[in-house]
Every structure is written in C-alpha cells, then in structure tokens.
Design a protein around this ligand. Structure first.
Ligand SMILES: NC(=O)C1=CN([C@@H]2O[C@H](COP(=O)(O)OP(=O)(O)OC[C@H]3O[C@@H](n4cnc5c(N)ncnc54)[C@H](O)[C@@H]3O)[C@@H](O)[C@H]2O)C=CC1
Ligand SMILES: Nc1nc(O)c(N)c(N[C@@H]2O[C@H](COP(=O)(O)O)[C@@H](O)[C@H]2O)n1
Length: 250
C-alpha cells in the first residue's frame, strides 16, 4: 500500500509552497494548491478520456506527499470519469504512521450533472478497505437517489452555469472544515484556475520528459498569465516547477 520514500531535497523545496495555516486563519478561506503533471508539449493526457502516466516514481511520490498535507483533493467530472482515480495518500512519515485513511485527503468531485457513481469505483474500494476517504460530490441539485457514504454539496449554478469558486471554497471550509485543497485537474479546471490568483495560493507542476503529441489534452489558459516566486527542482527524469500566480498582467 505504501509508496517509496520522498527524495530528501524535495522536502525543503516544497516547504514554502505547502498550506500555510496562519494565512488560512487570517483569511478564513482554504489554502489552494493547483498541481498537475504535463508533458513538454503541455499535454496532461494522450487524449480526452485516456488515463496517461506522465510522472516518474520520484515525482509521483511527491504528489502523495502533497496529498498528505492537504485536507481535500478536488477534480472535475472529466477526470473522475476518465481516470477512475484513487485520490488517496500512500505516503507516510514512518512505520508507525499507517492510518492511510486518516492521512488521505477528502476527495471532492465537481460533478454537477451527476454522471459519476462512487459505488464500485477505485475510491469506493479504498474507502471500504480504510485506505482512503469517501467523497464530497458537488452538484447543482440534490440527487433524487443518494449514494451511501457520499456527501452531497449542493451549489446552485451561477449565470454561466459554472460553480463560483469562492462560494465553493467557503462552503467546503464552513460545512466540512476543509482548510486546504489540492486541485489535481483536469484541463478544464486547470485552465480556469490558472487565471485565478485570487483563488490559487501555490502552483506545483511536474514536467515529464515526454511529448504526448497534438491529440493530447492541453493545458493552456484562455489568456496570458505570469508567475512569481518561481523555483525549480530537477529529478532523474522529471522537473518540478513551484510558483505562485501573479496578479499582474503581462
Ligand atoms: N496529468 C495530470 O496531472 C492530469 C491529467 N488529467 C487528464 O485530464 C483529462 C480530463 O480533463 P477535462 O476533460 O478537461 O476534465 P475536468 O476534470 O477538468 O472536468 C471538467 C468538467 O468538470 C466540471 N466542472 C469543472 N469546473 C467546474 C465549475 N467551475 N463549475 C461546474 N462544473 C465544473 C464540468 O462538468 C466540466 O465539464 C483526462 O484525460 C485526465 O486523464 C486530469 C487530471 C490531472
Ligand atoms: N502527478 C500526476 N502524474 C501523472 O502522471 C498523472 N497522470 C496524474 N494524474 C492525476 O492523478 C490522478 C490519479 O491518481 P491515483 O494515482 O489514481 O491516486 C488522476 O486522476 C489525476 O488527477 N498526476
């Protein structure tokens, strides 16, 4: 169940980008880390609906280390349907730290049109084995039939049918005490949040040493945006960029 040790130099590298509890206490808003793995040609999968491994083991361990440090892990419906992800945390501090469910973030699924089923998903089986938590599913309307163990967070749609990030974060904080969230994708969610320095506190991107080609799902926001506090870590195959979104226009 557990995963490799993290490369020791990644720990100080990530330190200032991890959730900042003082900031959370001051702002009363969850700390948001936007994180994903992309190819050199800025693709996050080989094509829509295709689960694609980009991260090498060194950087995959880093993702689990990040999961350990967040209360919630959020993905869009495109990702949950394509990947059937586990979203649990397999990293642990030492041999005594083996409560994998407690160490795992709560999965938060943006599934406003209720297309995904928890039952029989990988997340479900991990929850049953006490190796992961059960999800919060964000919907526009209360489902007629509710799945067992799923918490539904009903948020009415805004003018453009999208959920307002600020309202969503506030509700997750107030209702479920979620003080830090890592957003893992997919492209729709990432492209939207890359333009939201008011929402995103840290950006952590793994760049894998691969090209996925022009048919791949691309990460590229609607308009130009710049970064600040940029730092790089270089591994055996992948690199990691840690940064913050700048509120200044290019
Ligand atoms: N390499 C990586 O790190 C990652 C890769 N992926 C890949 O990305 C692909 C999926 O990406 P997408 O199709 O873009 O899906 P997505 O996961 O971004 O989901 C998009 C859907 O989520 C919902 N949604 C998102 N934001 C919303 C909002 N503000 N209000 C209401 N609903 C909202 C909508 O239903 C929307 O159609 C898959 O191929 C997956 O394998 C996904 C995550 C990480
Ligand atoms: N860090 C990272 N590297 C990759 O190569 C990836 N494809 C992803 N994808 C994200 O991780 C989720 C899968 O998680 P599990 O391993 O099943 O727990 C997937 O849904 C994407 O959000 N991430």
């Amino acid at each position: 169940m557990s995963i490799d040790r993290i490369k020791p130099d990644l720990i100080p590298f990530l330190e200032t980008y991890l959730p900042n509890t003082e900031e959370v206490a001051q702002t009363n808003k969850p700390f948001v880390t936007l994180t994903y793995a992309q190819s050199i040609d800025a693709r996050i999968s080989l094509g829509p609906g295709i689960r694609t491994t980009i991260s090498d083991i060194e950087t995959k361990v880093m993702t689990h280390y990040l999961r350990y440090h967040h209360d919630g892990i959020l993905i869009g419906s495109g990702t949950v349907l394509a990947d059937d992800p586990c979203l649990n945390c397999k990293w642990h501090k030492d041999d005594t730290d083996t409560n994998f469910a407690a160490n795992s973030p709560t999965p938060i699924i943006l599934d406003t049109h209720q297309k995904w089923k928890f039952k029989d998903s990988k997340m479900y089986h991990l929850f049953k084995k006490t190796e992961g938590k059960s999800p919060i599913v964000v919907v526009h309307n209360k489902p007629i039939v509710e799945e067992q163990d799923v918490k539904y967070l009903v948020i009415e749609d805004g003018n453009d049918k999208k959920i307002d990030w600020k309202i969503l974060l506030q509700k997750l904080y107030e209702k479920y005490n979620i003080k830090s969230i890592m957003v893992e994708g997919g492209a729709y969610v990432i492209n939207d949040l890359l333009l939201r320095p008011d929402i995103v506190d840290s950006l952590i991107v793994t760049i894998g040493s691969t090209y996925l080609g022009s048919g791949g799902v691309q990460v590229s926001p609607r308009s130009a945006t710049s970064l600040t506090d940029v730092d790089w870590w270089k591994g055996k195959k992948d690199s990691i960029m840690a940064a913050r979104l700048s509120s200044e226009q290019i």
